[in-house]
Structures are given as C-alpha cells and as structure tokens.
Write a protein that binds this ligand. Structure first.
Ligand SMILES: Nc1nc2c(c(=O)[nH]1)N[C@H]1C(S)=C(S)[C@@H](COP(=O)(O)OP(=O)(O)OC[C@H]3O[C@@H](n4cnc5c(=O)[nH]c(N)nc54)[C@H](O)[C@@H]3O)O[C@H]1N2
Ligand SMILES: Nc1nc2c(c(=O)[nH]1)N[C@H]1C(S)=C(S)[C@@H](COP(=O)(O)OP(=O)(O)OC[C@H]3O[C@@H](n4cnc5c(=O)[nH]c(N)nc54)[C@H](O)[C@@H]3O)O[C@H]1N2
Ligand code: SF4
Ligand SMILES: [Mo]
Length: 709
C-alpha cells in the first residue's frame, strides 16, 4: 500500500461501544492502535482489548489460506493442508450438492456467531446463503445471548428490533440488572465510557442500584450498591416491584391509557407476587423490593437495563417484559432520562416487525419457533441426530459453538456424524479443529465498515465509516465474498468483485435516510457524523409496530410462560438451602472464546478459569483456595482450581466461559493455558431452553462441588 507513515481513523469492532481508534500505519502495516482523542463521541475512550488488537491482526496462528482436512474427524488432531480458494470452493460446492441430493435441502445448516454482528456487510450473509440453498436451518450465538429480548419485544412492541435504552445521560435513578458495565462495556446499549455515565447519575444526586448475585466491579461508593439476588429469580423480583408500584398507587394511568393495552393481564400476573412472596425465592428482603419500587416511581426520571445474567435464566422473556412494563407504567418509557428509542441514522424498528401469524412451526423435534430466523441452539445436536431430515452439513461463520454452547461432549459426538463442516474464521478455533474446511476471514483492520450495529442502541447516536486500514493479508477474504463465492460455485449467483461497492448498497440506502452517504462520512473528521437524539416519545411514534400502535402489556403468547412461572416459583421456594448455583463471570482478560490466543491477556490467574466460591461455602466443604475441585451435575463433570471470591453471594459459584482449548491445536497460546469448558455443565436438548425465545438456560445452574480425593 502506502510507504509513508500515517494515522488512519477507524473503530474497534470487538464490543458494542465501537470505540474510535487511530491506526498507525507504515508501509502497509499496522504498527499500533491508539485511542482517537478527537473522536466527537468517544473522545479517546478505548480499552486494552481494542488497543491490543494488533496482536490478533499479526498473530502467527491466524488463518491465512483455506485449509482442507486430510484425516477423519474422529482423529484427535486435524491434519490440514493449505489449498487455493478455487479448490476449496469447488469441493465444498460439490459436497453440498451431494448432501442435498441425498438428504434434502434442509440437510445443510448454518451457525453464525457474535462477531458477525460487527461486520456490516456480512451480518446476514449466512442466513441469506442458506435461504438460497433452500434451508432455514439457522442457528446463532443469539440463543446464548439475547434471543429472549427479541422474542419479548416482538410480543410487547410488535417488533424484535425495539429495545428502549436507559437514557443514562438524564436519569436520576438507574436500575441495572444482570450486567456488569465496567467489565463488559454493556450490551444492547452502545455508549462510550459507561462507568462515567453511571457515576454522573450519582454525582447529580441520583441513585444507582445493581441487582446481581455478585458484588460486581461496577458497584463502588461512587456508583451504587448491589442487591445480592439468588440467580435465575429476577422475574419474581421485577413482578414484586411492579406489585408494589400498584400498591402505592404510582401507576401513570394517563400514560398507560394513551399508549397501552391489556394492562389488566399484567396486573393479574404481578398480583401473584407480593414483595414477601418474592423475597422467599429471590433472597432480597421485601423492604428492599418496596424501596426499589418507591425510588423508581418517585424519581424525576428512572431508567432500567437488563443484560445477559438475566437473559440466560429460564425466564428471560418474562423478565424483559416486566422490565419494559416497570418503565412503561411508571411513565418512564419514552421520557427523557427514562428508557428511550434511539434510532440513529436509520430507524430499524419496522424491519423487526413479525410477518408470521403462526408463531410455532412443526419440526422433526416438535413445535418450535424461529426467533429473528434463529432456531434453538440447544437443539443443534438433536437436529443432527434426528431420524427424519437430519442435518448433515454445517457452515459456521464467526462462531465457536463447541465452546460457546452447552454440552461440548455431546456436540462433538453429533459433529462426528456430519458429512461436511465448513468454518469461516480468523483462527482455527476449537470448532475449526473438527472442520473439513477452515476458511480465512479478514479482521476488522482489513475491511471497510459502517457502525450499523449501533442502530437503536446508541446513547449518543453517530454514524461512522472506516475504510479497510490495510489490505487483507495473504488469502484472507471478507465473509460476504466467501459466501457469494460459494453460491457462484453452485451456479446460484454472479461473482462480485472482492471490493464490490454492491456490498455497501444496503448501507448507503440506510445512510441516505439521514442525508448521509459513505462519501460524506469519509470527508468528516474521524469519518464520523454525530446525530441528534430523537424526541423521547418516538418510542411510541416511531418504535412500536403493533398495527394499533399500542404497547401490549400482556401478550397472549405469554400465557404458557406465565403458568410456568408459578411452577418454577413452587420449585424454587422448596429448594434445599445448601444448593450451589453456577453463574458466569466475564473478565477483562477474555472476550467470549476468541481472545484466548493473546499472550497479553493470559496473565496470572487469568491464564485459566478457576471455580470461584464464597469463602463461607468453601469452609463448609473444607475446601481451600487452590484446591483442585470437581464440579458436577446431571449434565457433566469438570475439574478446576478453586478460587475464593467474597464478592459472591453465599450459595453461588462462578466460572468464566470460552475456555477449554485442550484440543485447539491451531491456537497455541490458548492451548498452552487451555482452561476448562464450563459449558459442559449446562443443560441441552428439549427442556433446556425457553420455549418462547429459544434462549438457552445458562445461569443459576445447580452444581455440586467437592475436593478431588
Ligand atoms: N457459559 C457461558 N457461555 C456463554 C456466555 C456466557 O456468559 N456464559 N456468553 C454467550 C455470549 S453472550 C455469546 S455472544 C456467545 C458467543 O458465541 P460465539 O459467537 O459462538 O463464540 P465466540 O467466542 O464469540 O467466537 C467467535 C469466533 O469468531 C471469530 N472471529 C472473530 N472476529 C472475526 C471476524 O471478523 N470474522 C470471522 N469470520 N470470524 C471472526 C473468533 O476467532 C471466534 O472463533 O457465547 C455465549 N456463551
Ligand atoms: N471483557 C469482556 N467484555 C465483553 C465480553 C467478554 O466476554 N469479555 N462479551 C461481550 C458480549 S458478547 C456480551 S453479550 C456482553 C455482556 O454484557 P453483560 O451482560 O454486562 O456481561 P457480564 O459481565 O457477563 O454480566 C452479567 C452479569 O450477570 C450476573 N448474573 C448472573 N446470573 C444472574 C442472575 O440470575 N440474575 C442477575 N440479576 N444477575 C446475574 C453476573 O454476575 C454478571 O455480573 O459483554 C460484552 N463485553
Ligand atoms: S470497549 Fe469494546 S469497542 Fe471499545 S476498545 Fe474496548 S473492546 Fe473495543
Ligand atoms: Mo454476547
């Protein structure tokens, strides 16, 4: 490329803030990434993960060429040979045709992982490719992450793409449930420096409360306290809070009448859960529940946010319903400082309007739903094992299902039955180790992007464009190109040029809604345009998509889940007091499974993933820090080192996910400190996910812990 050194504005695409960065480029190589201090929104905010991304970009273990497997899948170590794109694609296409001829079109399935969301030209490339192949067998990390929110919003607001964000800039009260902004930088809210925003609430004289089974890093004297809840019980907490809002007559009746419907159904539901009844399963005192109700309804503006700790419970959709209801009935939905709709450069809420009238469909495994087109991830192995219409080929883009989903051993067995596995990734990850083909993708320094993931989520909306900072190394290709190339090989599409402007045509259309274009963005400082926030009431006027324009306060489709809530309550209330419950623990030293090959993040205790336990629970079991412990339940058994964490609620243990790289021969740093895959302990199969949303049950998992004899 160029021969002089220069600073190229770009943005990080690891997590949701999408921080503005400057890439120091010399002779076509990225030497360093630094925060873009002049970025109009981020103003120099960035974290160590984004800034060390050069290590991912230059990692000698990165995939540079298509790899073809030479040995059988069952062998412990894949024997891979580099081949040309022509060879790889011709063979993959031939094999797909043979599989479809033998088993039918739906024998080909796909899984797309979290990083696809950050690749604006390829986000939907895999489902679209499968649709062309005649298959709607699509799985994704969404059912490990957020599909409860999609299902919840579809029912309540009439669109899976409306997720009113907490207006932290103007809130006087903020309730943060099941999230740890300091570590994660938040999900479903895109904001720079989230902790600054949260501290400012307190500085303004407001109040912040976290609801979490662990005294998280986000909670400090400068922010607010944690109410230490028992895992997987948030739905009862929220119901009881609303119960008390009714009791103290704090419902904004005018607001509810103007914009809502079916509110009686909501009131019937919450009336079942008094603060005292909720206290019995949540472990939060009734007075504290009432205080939250009082503070929330009396604040000038109160906002609420819930994240993966609740999504991953058994009742994430109902919890999300109640979250939106608490905001709505107290008049905080669509209020400055409450929860607001932030369309950004293009309003996407209409795109998420459901077009299906029959919400459940028949499948070889019974009635299931597709949430935003995605089937339950916890049924992937069953779909492969099915007698009728089995899956026989799996294309995986930017995902690592073997480590990110439940049940590695069962998945390995199922994957052994597949006649074709194609993995598109930047690494030969644990899943890639089982593949027939591993195809090298570009990373975000090697591809152009618009920050479209932010649509609907940005606290301070802005549009940003980034060119590819450097040319793609070796044979790395953008995902849309790889999948288009496959369709071309199958005779189903024209072959686009590798830097085709067509890839951005959808984005250009969306940008034009705000009078923008890529060319205009390119001419702006930091290639960024700051946009005005819409009026708070736009959540109703622009956001809600039900035909009658109203918020459905008790969607009919929730009926079964509402009855289930009673059943789960009855189970919880009689649960043995010593029962340990497992939750997840994100740290600054990992990012799901995929920053495991960075020596910089493999420090001290973070080289592995201990089982964390409250010292009181350890003493009860006569266990010491550093002991090797066996963690087990009906789903599996793993061995880990014991770490003591007084921050945990008594009765709660925690582990970090995304490790377990014993057999990841393509990632040497990760393999040298492999850790253990905690997802061996998660349930899978028919009763392991929320029927309404396909969301996997991943937190509050019963486990036993004993010392290794
Ligand atoms: N127990 C437990 N399990 C969890 C979670 C938890 O909290 N606890 N969290 C869940 C959550 S929130 C999520 S989102 C899922 C994530 O689930 P997945 O998306 O399946 O897993 P990741 O670890 O994010 O793997 C992403 C893969 O994409 C690759 N990659 C990175 N960038 C690119 C790129 O630009 N192009 C391509 N082609 N590949 C790329 C990485 O190398 C990696 O192999 O995991 C879930 N699993
Ligand atoms: N460093 C780092 N940052 C990340 C990621 C990462 O892996 N590492 N992953 C990114 C991704 S893909 C996502 S989706 C986001 C997720 O963003 P967050 O959801 O904020 O992520 P976590 O830090 O896992 O926070 C979940 C919290 O829920 C708590 N929790 C567990 N069970 C329960 C429960 O039953 N009830 C309640 N109330 N709380 C519970 C946990 O203690 C934890 O503090 O983070 C993103 N950012
Ligand atoms: S906070 Fe997220 S987006 Fe920002 S630099 Fe860190 S990893 Fe990248
Ligand atoms: Mo996620």
């Amino acid at each position: 490329m160029e021969n002089n050194s220069r600073k190229v504005p770009t943005f990080c695409r690891i997590c949701e803030p999408g921080c503005g960065l400057l890439a120091n480029v010399e002779n076509g190589k990225v030497l360093k990434l630094e925060p873009d201090k002049n970025h109009p929104v981020h103003k120099g905010f960035a974290c160590h993960k984004g800034l060390t991304f050069t290590q991912v970009h230059n990692d000698p273990d990165r995939l540079d060429r298509p790899l073809r497997r030479l040995n059988q899948r069952q062998d412990d170590k894949g024997d891979f040979q580099a081949v040309s794109w022509d060879e790889a694609m011709a063979d993959i296409a031939t094999r797909i045709q043979a599989i479809q001829a033998k088993y039918g079109d739906t024998a080909v399935a796909g899984f797309y992982g979290n990083p696809t969301a950050f690749n604006s030209t390829s986000t939907t490339a895999l489902p679209q490719t499968l649709a062309k192949l005649g298959s709607r067998r699509v799985f994704s990390s969404a059912t490990q992450d957020c599909s409860n929110k999609m299902a919840g919003s579809e029912a309540v607001f009439g669109t899976s793409l409306l997720h009113p964000i907490p207006d932290l800039l103007h809130s006087d009260y903020f309730l943060c449930i099941g999230g740890n902004p300091k570590v994660s930088h938040m999900s479903f809210v895109h904001t720079t420096a989230p902790m600054d925003k949260i501290r400012d609430i307190k500085k303004r004289g407001g109040k912040v409360v976290f609801l979490n089974p662990r005294n998280i890093e986000s909670s400090t004297p400068a922010t607010g306290e944690v109410l230490l809840i028992k895992p997987d019980t948030d739905v009862y907490f929220l119901a009881a809070v609303i119960h008390h809002v009714l009791a103290i007559n704090a419902v904004d009746r005018l607001h509810v009448e103007q914009y809502g419907k079916n509110v009686e159904g909501l009131f019937d539901f919450v009336n079942r859960y008094s603060p005292e009844r909720a206290a019995a399963v949540t472990g939060i005192d009734a007075v504290d529940i009432c205080q939250v109700a009082k503070d929330f309804s009396q604040a000038k503006a109160a906002s609420i946010h819930m994240s993966t700790g609740v999504n991953m419970g058994r009742q994430g959709t109902l919890a999300y319903w109640l979250l939106n209801m608490l905001s709505f009935i107290t008049g905080n939905l669509g209020r400055k400082g409450g929860n607001i709709y932030s369309p950004g450069f293009f309003s996407i809420s209409a795109l998420g309007k459901s077009s299906v009238s029959d919400h459940y469909m028949d499948s070889p495994l019974g009635k299931i739903r597709a949430i935003s087109g995605v089937l339950p991830g916890n049924l992937l192995a069953d779909f492969i094992d099915a007698e009728h219409e089995p899956i026989r080929a799996l294309i995986i883009n930017s995902g690592n299902p073997l480590l990110s989903m439940a049940g590695e051993s069962r998945l390995r067995q199922a994957f052994n039955k597949l006649e074709l596995i194609v993995v598109i990734d930047i690494y030969r990850n644990a899943t890639g180790e089982l593949a027939d083909y591993v195809l090298p993708a570009t990373d975000w320094l090697e591809r152009a992007d618009v920050n479209s993931l932010g649509l609907g989520f940005q606290l301070e909306p802005f549009a940003q464009y980034s060119d590819a900072v450097v040319a793609a190394k070796a044979e790395r290709k953008n995902e849309w190109w790889i999948l288009a190339r496959l369709l071309h090989e199958l005779g189903m599409a024209e072959m686009p040029e590798s830097d085709s402007p067509k890839a951005f045509s959808g984005m250009e259309r969306m940008l034009s809604a705000s009078g923008l274009s890529i060319a205009k963005l390119k001419a702006m400082p930091s290639q960024t345009k700051v946009l005005a926030q819409t009026a708070p009431a736009s959540v109703f006027e622009q956001g809600v998509q039900h035909d009658d324009g109203r918020v459905d306060c008790c969607p009919a489709i929730f009926a079964e889940a509402i009855e289930n809530a009673s059943r789960i309550y009855d189970e919880l209330v009689v649960e043995q007091s010593g029962q340990l419950k497992l939750i997840n623990l994100r740290t600054n030293y990992m990012h799901n499974s995929w920053l495991q090959n960075l020596p910089a993040l493999k420090r001290g205790i973070h080289a592995s993933n201990p089982l964390w336990m409250n010292p009181r629970d350890a003493a009860l079991r006569q266990l010491q820090e550093g002991d090797t412990v066996v963690v087990s339940n009906v789903n599996g058994e793993i061995t880990a080192q014991l770490g003591l964490d007084p921050k945990l609620r008594v009765g709660v243990v925690a582990m970090t996910h995304g490790l377990g790289n014993v057999q990841s021969h393509g990632m040497k740093v990760a393999q040298a400190s492999p850790g253990v895959n905690v997802n061996q302990l998660l349930p899978m199969g028919l009763n392991s996910y929320e029927k309404l949303s396909n969301q996997s049950h991943m937190t509050g998992i019963q486990v036993e812990v004993r010392g290794l004899a």
